[in-house]
Ligand binder design. Structure first.
Ligand SMILES: [Zn+2]
Length: 496
């Protein structure tokens, strides 16, 4: 008689490959899935142990009748670099069924960074200069391993960090060849230390001045480390098509695997352009690895910047250093209250963050549905009044977009959050329910799963997420986090 850690009974399994759901029991032991079997068929052999799964007991069991068991969701687009230390329960994520966060997106990562001056936009989204305490990725990894969070984390290396370091804060120009060499060295070191790739934030002040050639030189480093290139493109509005073309040029020249971050067409005059961008991406996919991530909302969120305000229908302030009490309020109302124009109001509030209502539903639906798209929340955990995507993204895709709107099947929705994501980002033994993989699992109710976080009340737990396991340990149950912190630092595919 064998005694295993966990037995999940009577489940309908959506395994994360996109395959139709099937009935199965799951056995977990020592953090891994060791059995996936039909309980009515006692002859199924456990290939790893070579004994019958019909003859065992389990320390814990969960009756998952009428529930779906799927791989834990992989949030491929986060800014949780510091949040895993500040709030290690990561309730914003585990309450949605997320078990792995990929941090370091949009050109900004907590590591590696040695610059000691004031941090420029958008690096400040991660915190003030004192939070930047990791000159190397291996320093970050060590800290995470000594104080793990409830979720696994993988880290991209931010281009803006490399730039500000190599150019000693003088980033308002293209980098010279000496500076590019120094960035390449820093990137190679980061990848050797366990970073999974390079991210850019080309729309932002810290990286705007970098020409395409600078990005190509850096991206060329990635293939030999199996690293991925993710890009917050130069423009997501009037020049979004041009930006996709630039991304394809980088992908071709550097022969790199690429993910376009939070793909969108921002500003009313640009609605509909996703027809062209997705066509271009689809063509480029024939010869390249080119994918994208997106979140299921028509408002975006980042720093409060004048250029971004211009193209939005409506702007809500998410935080302000000078006026913390205005978080959650409409920028127009604040201008009236302050008795000044929008530009002066922004100057008064700055530094500050905002939510921008600026995307169309047709573009959003098209992008969500696109076969190359994965789900990433892009949630910003430090905001006082955050965009609801921080707490609602994954249940919203399952509830609103799959069950209610039938944009895609539940199996397809889960694939966009698990198997697809693990394979694109090179996270080994994750993202699919199969024997030998890590037991990152979520048990949810397909009838009730739904987001509740809204623009007015952005920090509400979702409905229908019943149990969440990370590396075989329970981290979410009865609408509450447990005390376990089983998260691992994931280094991506090993390289030779
Ligand atoms: Zn971004």
């Amino acid at each position: 008689m064998f005694n295993y850690d966990l037995h999940i009974k009577n489940a309908e399994v959506i395994d994360g490959t996109g395959a139709p759901k099937f009935k199965a029991d799951i056995i977990v032991d020592k953090g891994k899935i060791i059995g996936v079997f039909n309980p009515d068929n006692v002859d199924i052999r456990d290939p790893s142990e070579n004994h019958f799964l019909s003859n065992f007991t389990a320390k814990n069991s969960v009756n998952a009748i009428n529930m779906i068991v799927s791989p834990g969701f992989i949030d491929v687009h986060t800014h949780d670099d510091e949040n895993v230390f500040k709030d290690p329960s990561l309730s914003s994520k585990v309450s949605q069924g997320v078990t792995t966060c990929i941090a370091g997106n949009c050109g900004i990562s907590l590591a590696p960074f040695s610059y000691k001056g004031d941090v420029p936009d958008p690096i400040a989204l991660l915190g003030k200069s004192e939070v930047f305490r990791f000159p190397r990725v291996k320093d970050y990894k060590k800290e995470f391993q000594s104080k793990p969070s409830s979720v696994n984390i993988a880290l991209l290396t931010g281009h803006s960090m490399l730039r500000v370091d190599a150019m000693n804060g003088d980033f308002d120009r293209p980098a010279n060849s000496k500076e590019i060499k120094s960035m390449i060295f820093a990137l190679e070191t980061a990848l050797e230390d366990g970073s999974i790739g390079l991210s850019t934030g080309l729309a932002y002040p810290a990286a705007k001045a970098s020409p395409t050639s600078e990005i190509i030189e850096l991206a060329k480093v990635l293939p030999k480390f199996n690293g991925i290139f993710t890009t917050h493109m130069r423009n997501e509005g009037v020049d979004v098509v041009k930006s996709v073309q630039e991304t394809i040029e980088i992908t071709n020249d550097a022969k790199v695997r690429t993910v376009i971050s939070h793909h969108k067409c921002a500003g009313r005059t640009n609605w509909g352009k996703s027809i062209d961008t997705l066509k271009l991406i689809n063509e480029a996919k024939q010869n390249n690895f080119l994918d994208l991530d997106c979140y299921p909302y028509t408002a975006s969120s980042t720093m409060l910047l004048k250029d971004f305000v211009k193209r939005a229908d409506k702007v809500l302030v998410t935080w302000s250093d000078n006026y913390p009490e205005v978080s959650g309020q409409d920028l127009n109302d604040l201008a009236i209250k302050f008795g000044c124009n929008i530009s002066d109001t922004i100057d008064k509030l700055y530094p500050a963050g905002a939510i921008y209502f600026q995307m169309g539903d047709d573009d959003l639906n098209r992008i969500l549905k696109f076969p190359g798209s994965m789900i990433g929340s892009d949630g910003i955990p430090g905001d006082k009044h955050p965009h609801p995507r921080l707490w609602g993204t994954f249940p919203r895709v399952l509830g609103k977009y799959s069950r209610n709107m039938k944009l895609f099947s539940l199996e397809e929705a889960v694939y966009k959050m698990t198997g697809k994501s693990a394979s694109v980002f090179g996270l080994e033994e994750r993202g699919v329910i199969k024997v030998g993989n890590y037991a990152d699992l979520v048990i949810f109710n397909p009838e009730t799963v739904n987001d509740k976080a809204s623009y007015e009340t952005p920090k509400l737990h979702s409905d229908g997420i019943e149990y969440v396991f990370v590396n075989g340990k329970l981290v979410w149950k009865d609408d509450n986090p447990t005390d376990d912190r089983p998260g691992m630092f994931l280094s991506g595919k090993s390289f030779n």
